[in-house]
Design a protein around this ligand. Structure first.
Ligand SMILES: [Zn+2]
Length: 170
């Protein structure tokens, strides 16, 4: 499933009333070069997108995106898990329904767990990135300033990744 692109994109605009959930999700997100669709609206400290929908309190954007894809609410105790490991990603193809245990097993399989905290890049200055996007940045042939803009990080972070000063595990 692909979202229709909004007519114009700007982070500061407010979404007009009366839109569908798909339109609202598209409105507050932008496609990234690595195939992710990154939330550009409100995010919590963990990097997950949140939005108001259906007159309810703020809900997690990646959960709503998965519910939209599935056409139903997630099961009791089920989570919206990211195959891409990017918390702010709402690309439906990167989301799957799983238990918290599935999520942890997935992390385990990908080697995200059991890394010493000092080396675990997701805890440091480039916390907006994960190993997948760090690898993509390292391979990205564009100018560093353009890469930085595409991923929402500083050019310094891009430079450090390129020189292997951070994300050595990527
Ligand atoms: Zn993604």
């Amino acid at each position: 499933m692909n979202y229709a692109e909004p007519v114009q994109t700007s982070r500061k605009r407010r979404c007009p009333p009366g839109v569908t959930l798909a339109e609202k999700l598209a409105f507050y997100s932008l496609p990234a070069p690595n195939g992710c669709r990154l939330w550009s609206g409100y995010k919590n400290s963990a990097g997950y997108g949140w939005l108001r929908w259906g007159g309810q309190r703020r809900r997690r954007a990646h959960r709503l995106a998965l519910e939209l894809k599935l056409g139903r609410a997630l099961g009791l105790g089920m989570e919206s898990c990211h195959s891409c490991d990017v918390p702010g990603c709402i690309e439906p193809g990167h989301l799957f329904e799983g238990t918290q245990a599935d999520n942890i097993n997935d992390a385990h399989r990908k080697g995200r767990l059991f890394l010493p905290p000092a080396l675990h890049g997701e805890r440091n200055a480039s916390a907006k990135l994960n190993a997948t996007s760090a690898r993509a940045i390292r391979r990205d042939a564009r100018r560093q300033v353009d890469i930085a803009a595409a991923y929402g990080v500083s050019q310094t972070t891009v430079s450090q990744i390129k020189r292997g000063q951070t994300w050595r595990l990527a």
